[in-house]
Write a protein that binds this ligand. Structure first.
Ligand code: ARG
Length: 449
């Protein structure tokens, strides 16, 4: 398609090195839609007849159908999806096919296709994120009142509920969704008409093309439009951060499903055994998800590195944008689906939660708060309770069994009223705190959003 000035065939190795059809074939429905909108604009500009348009449209639809049915034979010689489709069109409809590329370059074509692909991927991922949130909400609902220890530094800290803990992930996921919705605005702008880099002497109605393709508007600088991949960097960052959230949940579930914690039982369908140790039941989904966050980060670094140092405008380096993009979308898509299934099927072990939260040390802070309410400055209260804890540890006495009144006159016999988990949790009513009432209200709010 560009061989006019060449007298030698392309080297086999260059063909192998430079082809993108092995992965960019996925752009085909968008390439077809973009070409049809482009051809329609040519009709309106008076450079294509209506019957030529019909030939082009029908030919493209046929090709699209063949690709979707796996009947189309892609050629590496034709390098990418754009040339594969255009060449097949000309084979089918003859010279009219050669008119399609008027006022267009593969540079604005690939930018358009990629944006359309991203837009549909974003919409799909938004749905998957909502499904995953719904699975977490269902579990949070069941366990809004299941008290267990909240940890800092992986040391028991204060009592919370399983519901509150799971809602923390619902919050992360809503931020992931917001970021995708925001990036979508910058994705959904049409670069078609920017040509190779400097528009065209043949002016097609860019607004009409954009509208037909469902874009919100057109790009406003041809040089930026064909070399801009910022939206990919943004998307890959969004995916990487979402991967971090999934990885953190994975780590929690790996800990919880260990014999040492025992807070959760993952279903047999979502765990694997060991080929050697018959007793093993391994949380593979969690580990794989934790591992896959690494490739999501790697893909972000790939695109950022590819962009750095590129002079305007299109450079072939930009072809390296697609594999990381596709890989991150595929990775996140299956990760969200499998994690949704796993979270839906998992069982929280309320007994283990109850045993772990019966540790009175979890209420040491509440004891200090009690002293504060009696007028003791917090720093002194902290110190007094610290001494009580040291005594409990040294004498191997549970904190709630110590005679606190012997330790300091600030403690009255009323102090022991602190050692009620339900009361401790019910007192945490400030916005964002884990009282059961708060957690239930949050669940209701999420369900309505
Ligand atoms: N396969 C190319 C890519 O993905 C399409 C654009 C090629 N443009 C060019 N001038 N060689 O970037």
């Amino acid at each position: 398609m560009w061989k006019g000035r060449f007298s030698q065939a392309t080297a086999d190795l260059l063909q192998q090195y430079g082809e993108s059809i092995s992965y960019d074939w996925r752009l085909y429905p968008h390439d077809v839609a973009g070409s049809i909108a482009h051809a329609r604009a040519q009709v309106n500009a008076g450079i294509l007849s209506k019957s030529e348009f019909s030939q082009i449209e029908n030919g493209l639809r046929e090709i699209e159908k063949e690709i979707s049915e796996g009947k189309f034979e892609f050629s590496t010689e034709l390098e990418d999806i754009h040339m594969n489709i255009e060449s097949a069109l000309t084979e089918r409809i003859g010279t009219t096919g050669g008119k399609l590329h008027t006022a267009r370059s593969r540079n604005d074509q690939v930018a358009t296709d990629t944006r359309l692909y991203c837009r549909s991927a974003i919409d799909n991922l938004l749905n998957l994120l909502s499904d995953f949130q719904a699975a977490l909400l269902d579990q949070a609902d069941k366990h809004a009142g299941t008290i267990f220890p909240g940890y800092t530094h992986l040391q028991r800290g204060q009592p919370v509920t399983v519901g509150h803990h799971l809602l923390a992930y619902v919050e992360m996921l809503v931020r992931d969704k917001e970021r995708l919705v925001d990036t979508r605005k910058r994705v959904n702008v049409c670069p078609l008409g920017s040509g190779a880099l400097a528009g065209s002497t043949i002016n097609l109605d860019r607004e009409a093309i954009a509208q037909e393709l469902g874009f919100d508007g057109v790009t406003t600088n041809s040089m930026d439009a064909i070399s801009d991949r910022d939206y990919l960097a943004e998307l890959l960052f969004n995916f990487a951060l979402c991967g971090a959230h999934l990885s953190r949940l994975s780590e929690d579930l790996i800990l919880w499903s260990s014999e040492e914690f025992g807070f959760v039982t993952l279903s047999d369908a979502h765990t694997t055994g060991s080929s050697l140790m018959p007793q093993k039941k391994n949380p593979d989904i969690c580990e794989i998800t934790r591992g896959k966050s690494g490739r999501l980060y790697g893909n972000l670094v790939s695109i950022l590195t590819a962009l750095k140092g590129l002079p305007l405008t299109y450079n072939r380096d930009l072809q390296e944008d697609k594999e990381p993009l596709f890989d991150s979308i595929d990775t996140l898509t299956i990760a969200l689906k499998v994690n949704t299934e796993m979270v839906t099927a998992m069982e929280i072990n309320t007994e283990a939660c109850q045993i772990a939260s019966s540790d009175p040390m979890l209420l040491a802070t509440d004891l200090a708060d009690w002293l504060v309410k009696q007028g003791v400055p917090f720093r002194s209260a902290h110190e007094l309770v610290g001494k009580a804890v040291a005594e409990a540890v040294a004498t191997r006495t549970p904190l709630d069994q110590l005679d606190l009144t012997k330790l300091d006159p600030a403690f009255t016999s009323d102090a022991s009223s602190v050692f009620s988990l339900t009361k401790a949790l019910a007192a945490r009513t400030n916005p964002g705190a884990p009282s059961v009432a708060n957690v239930r209200a949050q669940i209701a709010r999420w369900r309505q959003s």
